[in-house]
Write a protein that binds this ligand. Structure first.
Ligand SMILES: *[C@@H]1O[C@H](CO)[C@@H](O)[C@H](O)[C@H]1NC(C)=O
Ligand SMILES: *[C@@H]1O[C@H](CO)[C@@H](O)[C@H](O)[C@H]1NC(C)=O
Ligand SMILES: *[C@@H]1O[C@H](CO)[C@@H](O)[C@H](O)[C@H]1NC(C)=O
Ligand SMILES: *[C@@H]1O[C@H](CO)[C@@H](O)[C@H](O)[C@H]1NC(C)=O
Ligand SMILES: *[C@@H]1O[C@H](CO)[C@@H](O)[C@H](O)[C@H]1NC(C)=O
Ligand SMILES: *[C@@H]1O[C@H](CO)[C@@H](O)[C@H](O)[C@H]1NC(C)=O
Ligand SMILES: *[C@@H]1O[C@H](CO)[C@@H](O)[C@H](O)[C@H]1NC(C)=O
Length: 780
């Protein structure tokens, strides 16, 4: 018995021991492999690199997690710092970096009507009329020949959103697989869900073996996030879908309802943590998934995963994977992150990625609070349970009913265990946002015996309300309305209230506005590239859900939901991926840069009151929140001009940042163009020193014979001119270059004005029907 016992112990301790002796997973990266070598030769070469630093053949073999060999040339292995540093000195190595666990940020029906591409009749759409939307979808044949890959937490294949009824055979270009595992086999894939794979070697190296009661070793989604994002890109049109309680009732549909999807499960439940805390996704696992997805033949990749601290591009697996994808003209859309509203909080800033921010929809779920004095104060919720009609309940502020010992600054927060049941029983409790999860606060009020719950925004949340399906009657309100509740509580000895059940209201104004949570630029990695690129709906989005996780993700919640409402840049990213899929269907020969340019230069910067976009607090939003603006897919189908860029242009960009050995088939020129001259559809100039001349080239994709005129709205204190300022085209595909001269008008500025602060503007090329707009951000 003894030896067996010993072996089990040592296996369990392996990850711990590994971390004690300072062994970590490193990614050793050689860039593109050039394509001359057979797969097994590449694998052999990885093995010999490992052998060069490891003692024995066996050590080398055991340390290897992944050999990346399709497009990406590299491997992930358990190494000491010494071994890693030895490998990083080799000339052919682009970079070696330790893998960092990355939590993805958690971060519909209505969203597609909102941007005008629904087939359904719907009033009050303001971007375009729906006739045009239907036409757009039919031109794109709803994306039926396009394959979208999604890196996420897997998929719930039984969802009606992934039915393949009436969909034709799988595109011949598809080379992927349907990987079997726990609760998932080949019969779970179909002509809609054409591929499914999972990756967890990095996860298990860090945490030890997957706990089968926490997640499924298969592509099956036990979390909900992956099913939500996948169905937002390409879910079928499902009539009568709604969140529990009937909210947002209507046809649920992905943006490209006939596109095919392939899921790559790379995110897993964090051991011992509540699911509500999110999943974790390891870089070496994502890198393997991207290598496979590119080889499988996806056309678009949607990645709602990011980190709060982005790394340089040579140490950023998503950025590098996306560059390999760009070589094959695969469009990659990524979430900007949910770390707003502070500046420089953005993730996924590589110029070959479409970085997506999140804004609101024009749909609310109105659920007011009526106070004892007769005042009605607006709130919003998607909570299905209701209080007794026409009955008033005692109302208390959470800060006044806490158990002794709760820290002063946390008293109003309704954190777990903080409320005193004696003082809460039978009452409605008013809690503040700030610390802790929104849904957990509701759970705490319920635990303490409260009958209802009002969630008040903190100042930072402003007017943005993320709706939740709470476990007891509840509503949520803006910061100013929350203050009115507090004033009322303060004003009377016997505060009373009731919560009116929610109803769905459309066409609310203003919409869209930028959410507080959406991460802001400037990019900390390269401020010469304006990021994010674009915004799309990410607040209170309805999409398919797993049946293995309740809508709140709280373990005490036993409800099952087929559709659920979620908020985050995770939700906005798949909107852009879907729009890219439809554009690819309409323009199969366009490069990924052309598709991105079309989306960006046609984006809107006005809301449904015809005012410039605001943020959640009602202040003017800037391109560091919305990029080029809110996407308008029907306009993107006919952008007039595009700012194209090839894989080679991205390599030149890499040369300018000092990366010279990315692709063995490419040599950096002695003086590569500077980063700011990458042919990007927007302009960012950090620290303008006097005057700068920036080169851009546009390609005509509109009318063969056309004349475009330059106009600009320069940032405050800056002048923007183009040379030439008129562009003549006589055929489609014709390219014309121009120079933008950006100059600080020092006579208009005093010393400190604008120092380190950005000012914003834009320039456009227009031939009448087409307006090709590029945002500009400048700091002095
Ligand atoms: C796949 O799993 C289902 C149960 O979920 C089972 O009914 C079916 O027979 C399995 N198919 C194959 C090919 O193993
Ligand atoms: C697996 O997860 C369950 C549920 O979270 C937990 O109770 C159990 O202790 C875990 N097992 C191991 C071996 O960690
Ligand atoms: C939607 O649900 C309603 C009520 O449950 C029902 O009357 C209607 O027929 C359903 N419509 C469709 C298209 O299934
Ligand atoms: C990124 O690269 C720059 C310049 O090469 C370097 O100074 C910086 O330390 C790097 N940052 C990280 C986080 O590696
Ligand atoms: C509350 O105050 C403590 C110290 O007094 C601090 O560590 C903590 O971060 C504060 N929490 C919040 C949410 O402000
Ligand atoms: C309500 O009274 C408390 C003190 O009891 C005070 O801290 C708070 O600022 C008051 N709030 C409002 C909105 O009047
Ligand atoms: C700005 O430009 C001037 C003249 O071109 C040069 O002398 C100066 O060093 C520059 N300043 C910075 C901070 O680059």
């Amino acid at each position: 018995m003894k030896p067996v016992f010993f072996i089990i112990i040592s296996l369990l301790l392996l990850p711990l021991l590994a971390s004690c002796s300072k062994q970590k997973v490193y990614i050793v990266y050689f860039g593109e492999h050039g394509g001359e070598k057979a797969l097994h030769e590449i694998e052999n070469s990885h093995h010999s690199y490992l052998l060069s630093v490891k003692e024995t053949e066996e050590d080398a073999r055991a340390s290897l997690l992944y050999s990346y060999k399709h497009s990406i040339n590299g491997f992930a292995a358990v190494l000491t710092e010494d071994e890693a540093s030895k490998l990083s000195e080799l000339e052919e190595v682009v970079s070696v970096w330790p893998s960092h666990p990355r939590k993805y940020t958690m971060h519909t029906t209505r969203s597609w009507e909102f941007v005008g591409i629904s087939e359904e009749e719907e009033e009050g759409n303001y971007w375009t009329n729906n006739q045009m939307g239907g036409d757009f979808l039919s031109k794109a044949r709803s994306g039926k020949n396009i394959i979208v890959g999604v890196l996420d937490s897997g998929v719930w294949p039984e969802s009606k959103s992934f039915s393949d009824v009436g969909i034709g055979s799988i595109p011949k270009s598809w080379k992927g697989i349907c990987q079997s595992g726990v609760g998932f086999n080949s019969s779970h894939c179909n002509r809609k869900l054409i591929g499914a794979r999972y990756y967890l070697k990095g996860f298990e190296q860090y945490y030890g073996p997957l706990n089968a009661s926490e997640d499924s070793r298969s592509p099956r989604d036990m979390d909900g996030h992956g099913t939500h994002t996948t169905s937002t890109v390409a879910g079928r049109i499902v009539p009568n879908a709604s969140a529990i309680g009937g909210f947002a009732l209507g046809s649920a549909s992905g943006g490209a309802p006939l596109a095919r999807v392939a899921v790559y499960k790379v995110c897993w439940a964090i051991p011992g943590a509540s699911k509500a805390e999110g999943n974790t996704c390891f870089e070496e696992d994502m890198f393997a998934a991207m290598d496979d997805a590119i080889a499988d033949g996806v056309d678009v990749l949607s990645i709602s995963i990011g980190t709060t601290r982005p790394m340089n591009f040579t140490e950023d697996g998503i950025a590098l994977g996306a560059l390999h994808a760009a070589k094959k003209n695969i469009v990659v859309a990524c979430s900007a992150g949910n770390s707003g509203p502070a500046p420089s909080t953005l993730s996924n800033p590589a110029p070959w990625i479409i970085t997506v921010g999140a804004s609101s929809l024009d749909r609310t779920f109105v659920s007011p609070v009526v106070l004892g004095n007769g005042l009605s104060i607006e709130g919003e919720t998607v909570t299905p349970s209701k209080l007794e009609e026409n009955k008033m309940y005692p109302l208390v502020y959470a800060g006044d009913v806490v158990n002794p010992g709760v820290a002063q600054n946390l008293t109003g927060q309704c954190l777990a265990g903080s409320l005193s049941p004696d003082k809460v029983k039978g009452k409605i409790v008013f809690c503040r946002r700030g610390a802790g999860m929104r849904v957990s606060k509701g759970m705490e009020v319920k635990r303490a015996g409260g009958v209802g719950f009002i969630l008040g925004n903190s100042k930072a949340n402003g007017v943005e309300i993320s709706c939740d399906a709470h476990v007891l009657p509840a509503t949520a309100m803006t910061y100013s309305n929350a203050n009115r509740i507090m004033e009322y509580i303060n004003s009377t000895k016997n505060p009373r209230a009731t919560i009116i059940p929610a109803r769905t209201v459309l066409n609310t104004k203003p919409a869209p506005y930028m959410t507080a949570f959406t991460s802001r630029g400037p990019s900390t990695i390269d401020p010469n590239i304006l990021k994010p690129d674009i915004t799309a709906p990410g607040l209170n989005i309805l999409a398919a859900w797993t049946e293995a996780d309740p809508p709140t993700k709280l373990s005490m919640d036993h409800r099952v939901a087929q559709y659920n409402i979620e908020s985050g840049t995770s939700m906005s990213c798949p909107h852009i991926a879907a729009a890219a899929a439809l554009l690819k269907a309409i323009h199969p020969t366009w490069s990924s840069a052309a598709i991105k340019s079309a989306l960006m230069t046609t984006a809107g910067i006005r809301n449904n009151l015809d005012k410039l976009l605001n943020d959640e607090s009602g202040n003017a939003a800037t391109p560091f929140a919305y990029g080029a603006g809110h996407f308008r897919p029907t306009k993107a189908a006919d952008p007039g001009l595009v700012y194209d860029a090839s894989y080679k242009d991205y390599l030149l960009y890499f040369c300018s940042t000092g990366v010279k050995n990315f692709d063995p088939n490419f040599k950096c020129p002695r003086s590569p163009p500077t980063a700011i001259n990458l042919n990007y559809p927007s302009i960012a100039i950090p620290k303008l020193n006097g005057t700068i001349k920036i080169k851009r080239t546009v390609t005509n994709v509109g009318d063969p014979k056309s004349v475009y005129f330059f106009t600009s709205k320069p940032p405050l204190g800056i002048s923007v001119k183009a040379s030439p300022s008129i562009l003549f085209f006589d055929h489609v595909g014709q390219r014309k270059s121009f120079t933008v001269t950006v100059k600080a008008r020092t006579e208009m500025l005093n010393e400190n004005q604008l120092k380190d602060e950005y000012a914003f503007g834009w320039y456009t090329w227009t031939d009448g029907p087409h307006i090709v707009r590029s945002p500009i951000a400048v700091s002095l």
